[in-house]
Design a protein around this ligand. Structure first.
Ligand code: ADP
Length: 366
């Protein structure tokens, strides 16, 4: 996705402060602002509106001109309306109620990808975004444990001869996890078509509520799950999780490269460095870099993305994950603040991505 010009960043930031009158949601989150280009003193972009009868067209036009006029004096906005729902244009016909599909990926296991997914979902929720989790990690059936929904089975609802999975509610975060559906011993041996069928079911036969973000926890590396995913839904982007070690980065870049392949073309939204350092509570001025340093930065360079944040090694993170108490985090704790900042940055990156790049296309099966 490349590093953005700061003027472009600032314009998207300003636009993301504007709410769509009907829904109250930021216009960038709704993917209404597209194809933004800045040339000299000119700002060009398209506004996607649901149809020619959209009642807030002129209000929106005025609001946008007012905001840009105040903040970017001397620049001229050139706005073009497109009578097409932003969602119907983003070829997400399968689950139009889900705004952004974010895959959480890593090169190898044990870097804390699932823990990051759970805590990031909680942070996004605390910022007011409707967030869900789809756990497709075959190897680490930890999500149900972490979220305190271990052993629960998703309800299956029948209607019109079809069976639909109802995501399990984890304190307001709807969740579907392989771990609630299949025994761990069975999950790890799933391959090929059977695995693909299950993953597809999680989208095609599930009753997801409207969501701003669906976080998808992937197995480490590249494999059948990743492939099925890009063939089933248009991923908004991928977030890479790595530890600071060089070896973790080497594996992570391989995983990232799969998404960046021309035929797949899913952008890397950012990198989260986990287990960055250890800071003893009795000696808060000391930092121990147990897993080395610089891995996150390195991966940012290799993927030309952005560092979303660094998470230290914190006993409470591990403890709460083990005990199914991830929701017990209080907003003034250090790691809650770090996660909130990561969630804010991610939200910005998604706004940039949706404003500057065309929607991802689902990969057609050969
Ligand atoms: P992955 O999904 O990458 O395989 P997990 O999320 O299962 O990794 O994490 C591996 C282990 O590390 C878990 O026991 C988890 O609680 C712990 N862990 C993850 N991140 C942190 C952290 N920042 N501080 C302390 N423990 C962590």
């Amino acid at each position: 996705m490349g590093t953005m010009e700061s003027i472009t960043e600032r314009i998207i930031d300003a636009l993301s402060q504007i709410s769509e009158p009907q829904t109250g949601q930021p216009i960038t989150l709704l993917k209404m602002i597209r194809d933004l280009k800045v040339e000299d003193k000119n700002i060009y972009f398209n506004i996607y509106i649901p149809g020619s009868d959209y009642p807030h067209k002129s209000a929106l036009y005025e609001l946008i001109h007012q905001v840009l006029g105040e903040k970017f004096e001397g620049m001229t906005p050139h706005v073009h309306f497109v009578n097409k729902s932003a969602y119907s244009d983003a070829p997400n016909l399968l689950l139009p109620q889900i705004g952004n599909f974010i895959a959480i990926a890593s090169g190898k296991g044990g870097v804390g990808k699932s823990t990051v997914t759970a805590n990031l979902a909680i942070a996004l929720q605390s910022l007011g975004f409707k967030t869900g989790i789809l756990d497709c990690d075959l190897y680490g059936p930890s999500m149900p444990t972490m979220l305190g929904i271990k052993g629960k089975k998703p309800e299956v609802r029948e209607g019109g001869g079809q069976h639909k999975l109802v995501p399990i509610d984890a304190q307001g975060i709807p969740c579907i996890s392989l771990g609630n559906i299949i025994e761990p011993e069975q999950a790890v041996v799933l391959r090929g078509p059977r695995l693909a069928a299950i993953i597809k079911q999680f989208f095609q036969d599930a009753l997801w509520p409207p969501l701003d973000y669906l976080l998808i926890d992937l197995p480490p590396g590249t494999g059948d799950v990743q492939l099925t995913l890009v063939q089933t839904i248009p991923l908004t982007g991928v977030v890479m999780v790595t530890t600071p070690q060089e070896v973790a980065v080497i594996d992570a870049i391989k995983a990232a490269n799969m998404f960046l392949m021309e035929q797949i073309a899913v952008p890397v939204l950012g990198v989260i460095e986990n287990m960055s350092y250890f800071q003893p509570t009795d000696m808060p001025d000391r930092r121990y870099f147990l897993f080395g340093e610089g891995g996150g930065r390195r991966l940012v360079e290799l993927t030309s993305s952005a560092l979303l944040g660094k998470i230290p090694i914190i006993e409470k993170i591990r403890e709460r994950a083990d005990l199914g108490k991830v929701f017990a985090v209080s907003s003034d704790e250090l790691y809650a603040e770090i996660y909130r900042s990561i969630a804010e940055k991610l939200n910005k990156r998604v706004a940039f991505r949706n404003t500057l790049m065309a929607p991802t296309k689902k990969v057609e099966q050969a």
